[in-house]
Design a protein around this ligand. Structure first.
Ligand SMILES: Cc1cc2nc3c(=O)[nH]c(=O)nc-3n(C[C@H](O)[C@H](O)[C@H](O)COP(=O)(O)OP(=O)(O)OC[C@H]3O[C@@H](n4cnc5c(N)ncnc54)[C@H](O)[C@@H]3O)c2cc1C
Length: 554
């Protein structure tokens, strides 16, 4: 009997589990569900006060998904996807959070989830081939495996601005929004940051505030969402096609979204035809704007046609030419930073109570008790909203003190950038899995598609190990090096590395600038992962108990 089987028994030792899962967002919840299905003992630790991850923390006004809800949802349970009623094309945050809670209740997940508990430390014990996991409440448990379901956008980035702590009004971070309703009526509000969260929140805050000042460092491309209520007919039409939609999203699509696959490049069409196609996608709204043509992410001249189209649209919408110019992105190819999806973002700058401040030419100098000082001018405010994003992909992992073989920390190993094999494991850290980690398609995709793929792969892998009596598993260094080189090589065949984006770690001072996600596409990536599994987990070392003992002492 393998060690895994021995700890899987109902009478497992108190404080000992087959698997500890860190995080109870969509990844952690589905991981728990699958592992339970294998009969394993699992404990999930979540630092937040409830399940839902992203949708628990990001409660800012206007927060909603930008992948359509009928697709931004679990596919693992047909009953669930047939029964859940999404109310809008892009559900608002409270509804997505309700969905997460519904899933937790429906699959009876809560009894294995410990809330309000941070995982602070995880150390691999080479003699026992298990992890010792220490929580914020000081308790330590033992687990054969640890799965990091810590999220790619879960470590809110607080900007380092002089005087911030002296500000007299309330300060909010979009990624850490309070639970009570915040009413900005009659207040002078500043929003710092114009990424996705800024772009979603600005139009809503502008409706409440007496005056809103938006501080923009980088203008971003944004496409209208064209959000609308979903009718019962639309939902039914989608549900009837779910088998095909989900198959396509998993196996064919690059980004995990069901949409037409373009068969031609932007320069294959004449000006009029190309413009008509862009107009049609602009009118339809949403992320599929970028899949009008098959070379927008690859060829700068092709990309320019789409970028120019959006810049023209901004100039048409925004009445003041100077403001329009500032809102037109000019320092990165369209799509090379996460493209935003908005409702009336650009039109909001036509309101008399909204001011745009370009902090590239007028940097923020300091926050005063009642104002933001930028470019020598004081903008008086009562409340400050930081829409400054996240330490993406690695931020939440780096906050945990993770020690692998020979006491090496993951932070030491990743000092020059994250190194993983398939984004799933890192050499020197046996039995530690990462969901949607760097080196996998992750944030470049419909995340629920990528989450389900990783969870299924990890679950199948643990079943494989159990059935064959393996005790430990680890990425081979050579396989990891090849994968890291491949991820990098594929990234550099595209326009993505040309932008100072959070995909590159560019929003965090001193973070190594490496394109972190795998851009080869979710369909291709899935095939690679399945191929690796079919070859007996090629590139991974799997060791039985006695061998593991030898490795540990060598
Ligand atoms: C505003 C916003 C909108 C988004 N919209 C979309 C969208 O439309 N489509 C899309 O595909 N993706 C979107 N995303 C990305 C989104 O993060 C993923 O879709 C998905 O929700 C990630 O789920 P997860 O479980 O992997 O991570 P998360 O939802 O981030 O959950 C991770 C959890 O781990 C917990 N955690 C982290 N570290 C620890 C620790 N040390 N101890 C205990 N708990 C810990 C966190 O508290 C968090 O609750 C959006 C992200 C944001 C911020």
């Amino acid at each position: 009997m393998s060690a895994l089987q021995s700890v899987s028994r109902k009478d497992h030792a108190p404080g000992a589990y087959d698997v500890v899962v860190v995080g109870a967002g969509f990844a952690g919840m589905y991981m728990l569900h699958r592992l339970r299905g294998l009969g394993l003992t699992v404990r999930v630790y979540e630092q937040g006060g409830d399940v839902g991850g992203t949708w628990y923390w990001n409660r800012y006004p206007g927060a909603r998904c930008d992948v359509e809800s009928m697709q931004y949802s679990y596919s693992f349970s047909d009953e669930l996807q047939q029964q859940w009623n999404w109310s809008e094309r892009y559900a608002p945050q409270p509804e997505i959070l309700r969905y997460a809670n519904h899933v937790a209740d429906r699959f009876n997940l809560r009894r294995d989830i410990q809330l309000n508990t941070r995982v602070d430390r995880a150390a691999f014990d080479e003699s026992a081939n298990s992890w010792s996991v220490t929580m914020s409440d000081g308790k330590t448990v033992i687990a054969k495996y640890v799965v990091l379901a810590t999220g790619c956008l879960s470590n809110a980035r607080m900007p380092d601005i002089k005087g911030l702590s002296d500000f007299k009004g309330r300060v909010y971070h979009t990624g850490h929004w309070p639970h009570e309703r915040i009413d900005f009526t009659g207040l002078r509000v500043a929003v710092i940051g114009t990424g996705s969260s800024g772009i979603q929140s600005v139009p809503v805050i502008a409706e409440q505030a007496s005056h809103l000042t938006v501080f923009q460092r980088t203008a971003n491309f944004s496409i209208p969402a064209r959000n609308a209520p979903l009718t019962e007919e639309e939902r039914q039409a989608f549900r009837a096609k779910y088998p095909e939609i989900r198959r396509f999203a998993r196996e064919v699509a690059r980004n995990g979204i069901y949409t037409e696959m373009p068969d031609r490049g932007a320069l294959d069409d004449g000006d009029n035809e190309r413009r008509a196609k862009y107009e049609q996608r602009w009118a339809r709204g949403g992320l599929t704007f970028m899949s009008v043509y098959n070379n927008l992410g690859l060829d700068k001249a092709a990309n320019d046609t789409a970028a120019n189209f959006v810049r023209e649209k901004i100039a048409e919408i925004v009445r003041d030419p100077q403001t329009a110019k500032l809102l037109q992105p000019n320092n990165h190819p369209i799509g090379s930073k996460r493209i935003c999806i908005d409702t009336d973002y650009f039109a909001t700058f036509n309101r008399p109570n909204v001011t745009l401040v370009d902090i590239r030419s007028n940097p923020i100098e300091e926050i005063l008790p009642n104002a933001v000082r930028a470019g020598g001018k004081d903008y008086e405010i009562d409340a400050l909203v930081l829409a400054t994003g996240f330490d993406a992909m690695t931020g939440s992992v780096a906050k945990i003190d993770i020690r692998g073989r020979h006491g090496q920390t993951l932070n030491q190993k990743w000092a020059e950038g994250p190194k993983t094999y398939l984004g799933l494991m890192s050499a020197g850290f046996p039995n530690l899995f990462i969901i949607t980690g760097p080196g996998s398609p992750s944030v470049l995709s419909n995340m629920i598609v990528s989450i389900e793929q990783h969870v299924d792969w990890i679950s199948d892998c643990l079943a494989f190990m159990r059935d064959r009596g393996f005790e430990a598993m680890e990425a081979e260094r050579e396989a990891e090096e090849k994968w890291v080189a491949h991820v990098n090589e594929v990234a550099h065949t595209t326009l993505y590395p040309q932008a100072n984006s959070w995909y590159m770690g560019a929003n965090i001072p001193d973070k190594p600038q490496i394109f972190m996600p795998y851009i080869g596409g979710v369909g291709v990536y899935r095939q690679i992962c399945n191929g690796v599994a079919a070859k007996g987990y090629e590139g991974f070392v799997m060791i039985a108990a006695e061998q593991a003992q030898r490795v540990a002492t060598s």
